[in-house]
Design a protein. Structure first.
Length: 280
């Protein structure tokens, strides 16, 4: 197995009132902690909002979020440089927000609309690709603050559309993401309990990893979503086991399977999280 995970982003952690326990052996919980990709506090250097009553056609793929339809009630163009937050002009009747983000130079970003943790939603991240549409649900508690995490001096522009259609969350995928959060919690708590808190020994660590591997196997076997191949890979990694107790989350193959799962769940706004058994 390959050791080291310096480049792999960790999924943010958040507290949750309850976890679906179907097909999982869940651990008793203590407190939950969160960890997200930090965004610097500098404000964008420019913001040029333009609100239109209806979308206008354009040959440019970055001029207007797509797909455009009769459900789009307004559009907005904003631009700036570096990390920071801008306020969107969200019109009445909005139920979802779509954004196409262009960066110069193109690189990785994080984007959050309002307080994702409070709303039970997810920040979006990845390569800055204008062909990708970032989408968020919009509800009464949503805030119009778009926070971008980018390298300083990067010039960016965003084409925003506001739709009267609700965000199309996949309920089956959301359930599988919830169940996977249980597996992820088992692995993380096993490593932290053994290595950082010295709460138990190697035998208990192995017992917990066996339980996590079994849960991943059951979830992979029942999966009907795009998570299935990554869940199978994760089961293999957990079954083969890190050769060093407490080091499962330091194995690169673990993150090679976990990160695509976390990304798919984030796009669906059914974010993966950890219910922390130790700390806090």
């Amino acid at each position: 197995m390959i050791w080291g995970d310096a480049a792999a982003p960790r999924t943010r952690r958040r507290a949750k009132a309850s976890v679906l326990a179907t097909a999982l052996v869940m651990l008793s919980t203590g407190c939950a902690s969160t960890a997200v990709d930090p965004a610097a506090g500098a404000s964008p250097t420019a913001e040029v909002p333009v609100i239109a009553a209806a979308p206008s056609p354009s040959p440019s793929p970055t001029a207007e979020p797509s797909p455009a339809s009769s459900s789009v009630i307004a559009t907005q163009e904003i631009a700036g440089s570096g990390p920071g937050a801008v306020t969107l002009d969200v019109p009445a009747g909005t139920r979802s927000v779509q954004i196409q983000l262009t960066c110069d130079p193109a690189e990785r970003f994080t984007a959050e609309l309002g307080d994702s943790m409070m709303l039970g939603q997810a920040p979006q991240s990845g390569p800055c690709d204008p062909e990708r549409v970032l989408s968020w649900p919009w509800e009464a508690r949503s805030a119009p603050d778009l926070t971008l995490g980018l390298t300083p001096e990067v010039e960016w522009s965003a084409s925003v559309s506001y739709s009267s259609e609700p965000f199309p969350q996949d309920a089956v995928l959301a359930e599988e993401c919830e169940l996977f959060s249980g597996v992820y919690s088992q692995v993380t708590n096993a490593d932290e309990g053994y290595g950082f808190y010295a709460a138990f020994g190697a035998d208990e660590w192995n017992r917990r990893l066996d339980a996590a591997a079994d849960a991943a196997d059951m979830l992979a076997a029942s999966s009907s979503t795009a998570l299935a191949p990554y869940l199978r890979s994760l089961h293999t990694v957990l079954a083969e086991r890190s050769p060093i107790p407490g080091g499962m989350t330091e194995v690169q193959e673990f993150w090679d399977a976990q990160n695509p799962i976390a990304q798919l769940c984030a796009v669906n706004h059914s974010e993966v999280y950890v219910l922390a058994e130790f700390g806090g």
